[in-house]
Structure formats: C-alpha cells, structure tokens
Design a protein around this ligand. Structure first.
Ligand SMILES: *Cc1c(COP(=O)(O)O)cnc(C)c1O
Length: 366
C-alpha cells in the first residue's frame, strides 16, 4: 500500500532521544528552548512558544488575544474540528463563514458581510498548506479585530518572501505525527507581540510566569512540550526545506499529469505563493467517470492510499455547539467541496516509481 502519510524517524532521532533520556532533563528544558528559537528564526517572527499540540496552540492564542466567554469568533466550517473546538474551549461563540471554492479557505467577501460589532477575532485556516487570503488582514484591521492563522498544515508555505507563521497576529502550528514536520505530538505558536508570547507561556504552565513560579496570574493548563519530543522536532525542523521542496516537486508532477483529465480539478498555485502541500487535494466532479467515494475505493483496490479532508463540514455533525441551528445548505461551498475533495499521497518519501504507478492507475479510469 502506498500510504497517504509516513512519518520519517531516523537513527539520529533515536540517538538524540536517548541523549535526552540520559540527561535527566526530560520535560520542558533546553531542547524546547532551542526548538522555539529555531522555529522563530525559521518563520522570521520575534517569538515562538512551544506547546504539546496544535489544539493547545490555538487555545493559548485565543486566550492571549483576550477572547473570553460570549465573544464571537469567525472561522470556517471546512477544517479539522480542533479549529472550532479551541474557540469553544474559551467559551466563545463560533460563527461560521463559507469558503472560497478555489482556495478551500475562508472567503474574504463572505467574511466582510458576516462581521458584526460582536466579532472579536477571526481564526483563518491555511488549509492543506495554502496560505489564507491576505485580504482578510485588511478587513480585520479595518474592523479592529484580530487574526489567528491556524497554520497547523502550513509550515514552509510562503507569500513572496514571507513565511507562514508571520502573516497573522498570532499563528499556530501542529507537530502531530502526520504533519509536514512532527515530533509525535506537539505544537507551536508564533507572533511578533511580546505580551501575547508571554501570555501563551503562562497559559501552558497553569498561569505561572517563567520568572515567578508558584504565583498564579490566571487560569492556565498543562500544555508543556517535553524535551523528548523537542529533540525529534529539532531534527525535523532541520529538514523542513528539503521536505517541502520534495512535496512541491511531487505536487507539480501530479498537476502536470492530471491537469487535462476531465472531471478532475487540480490545485491551483497562485504566482508568488509557495504552497507546502501538506495535502495534495483534487476535486472529483460529476464529469469524472467515478464518483469520489468509488474512485477512492478503486485507488485502495490498487494499493493506493488516499484521504478525505474533510468528509463533512463542521456544521453538519451531531456536535451541538457547532451545529447550533444550522442545516444543510447553510454553507453550500463547504458542503460541495466536502463531497468532491480527495487527497493523494504527496509526502517526501514517495518514490518516483510510486508516483508513476499512481498516475497510471488514475489514467486507467479516465
Ligand atoms: C492538525 C490540525 C490541528 C490540531 O493539531 P493537533 O496537534 O492534532 O492538536 C488543528 N487544525 C488543523 C487545520 C490541523 O490540521
């Protein structure tokens, strides 16, 4: 089976892990600090704060921006549930706004119409690694609201020379096992704002500042990353450019081979954008001989793994605090795309022969 994702663990990771275990400093220590410094340097932000998941990163970012009970926060229904759950974790209100069909990301026009006096922040998602539309920053500024980039899938993406992690007021990354770079479970927050960085540090450590332990400023959680995880994260971060280039190369090959096939819409990469291709996602439309689910089954029969991210937009789940009064038809673009999206393996350890095999199998249907 050609897998949809494949974490790469090397001998060096095992050696570095062993060194941490033997050092006696196994929790949040020098490796976490080093990872934060290198992450900030990579993203070209002033600060990076490590936490133990992308979800924790989002939760801490919302806290740092002062989002609290009853505040309205806008986000997209076409994302992983953690994006919206982190808003609920601050007891804030989720307000969904539909996406743009071509980018899969929050639609600036729809956003502009949805903003009210109650809106305090926007959580944009740079889905599959495609940076969110920067028009959103302009709209947010005009209305005096803050932007959080859920960049959990977007490490290595760029707009011009600027990296993902530096576009929004605060950005959040996941270092979960299947992400472009990982440390099993982990997360990172990037920002240029010293106060928000400090608030995130407190929040991950039960409301204590690093300078004054056992003095509790506010409610906080145990969101600390360990040095064991950070040791893997450091090795992965050292390879982020190599991994990203490989993903882009794989995506370009797919685009070139699949562009002309009727019923398949390949991802578009606008000029000046570097898309890190966390996912390479096709849309399988009515003009294709098989429907999306049948096509996926066919790929599987041919030992090709694929993924559907995400099969159902968030407002159509039984999850009451996200469903609210919503019904089918409320966010038609998200609903349509959820039926069409299919992601192919694009990870850096794919062999040329595997890519060729995937193309061959796809061309046999069309
Ligand atoms: C992975 C992911 C998250 C959550 O990250 P975890 O590390 O699993 O908590 C949030 N949002 C998006 C878009 C993700 O892909």
């Amino acid at each position: 089976m050609i897998q949809i994702s494949k974490p790469q663990i090397t001998e060096k990771d095992i050696q570095d892990l062993t060194a941490v275990l033997k050092s006696g400093m196994i929790v949040q220590g020098p490796k976490v600090k080093e990872l934060e410094e290198k992450f900030a340097k990579y993203c070209e932000t002033k600060y990076a704060v490590a936490v133990n998941s992308g979800t924790a990163a989002l939760h801490a970012a919302l806290y740092a921006l002062g989002i609290e009970e009853g505040d309205e926060v806008i986000t997209t229904p076409f994302t992983f549930v953690a994006t919206a759950n982190s808003i609920l974790m601050q007891n804030a209100k989720v307000k969904f706004v539909d996406i743009d069909e071509e980018s899969f990301n929050l639609c600036p026009k729809a956003l502009e119409k949805a903003i009210t006096k109650e809106t305090k922040a926007i959580v944009v998602v740079s889905l599959y690694g495609r940076p969110y539309d920067q028009e959103i920053n302009r709209i947010a500024k005009e209305h005096g609201i803050k932007v959080i980039d859920d960049a959990c899938q977007a490490i290595g993406s760029k707009l011009g020379e600027k990296k993902s992690g530096s576009f929004a007021d605060i950005s959040c990354f996941s270092l979960y096992a299947t992400k472009n770079i990982m440390c099993a479970e982990g997360g990172m927050i990037t920002t240029d704002n010293a106060e928000w960085a400090e608030l995130c540090k407190r929040f991950r450590h039960h409301g204590q500042s690093e300078q004054t332990r056992y003095q509790y400023f506010d409610l906080g959680y145990n969101y600390r990353l360990t040095d064991i995880h950070a040791a893997i994260g450091l090795n992965q971060l050292a390879k982020v450019e190599e991994f990203t280039e490989k993903r882009i190369e794989n995506a370009k090959y797919y685009n070139q081979e699949l562009n002309e096939i009727k019923g398949i819409i390949t991802p578009n990469i606008p000029t000046g954008t570097r898309h890190c291709f966390h996912q390479y996602t096709l849309r399988i439309t009515k003009d294709f001989p098989l429907d999306r689910d049948a096509f996926r089954a066919y790929l599987s029969e041919n030992n090709i793994g694929s993924g559907i991210y995400y099969p159902q937009p968030l407002h159509l789940h039984p999850h009451k605090r996200l469903k609210m009064d919503h019904k089918e038809g409320d966010f038609p673009v998200s609903e349509k795309v959820a039926k069409e999206a299919l992601s192919l393996p694009v990870h850096p350890s794919l062999k040329q022969s595997e890519l060729k095999q995937i193309i061959k199998v796809i061309k046999q249907v069309s």
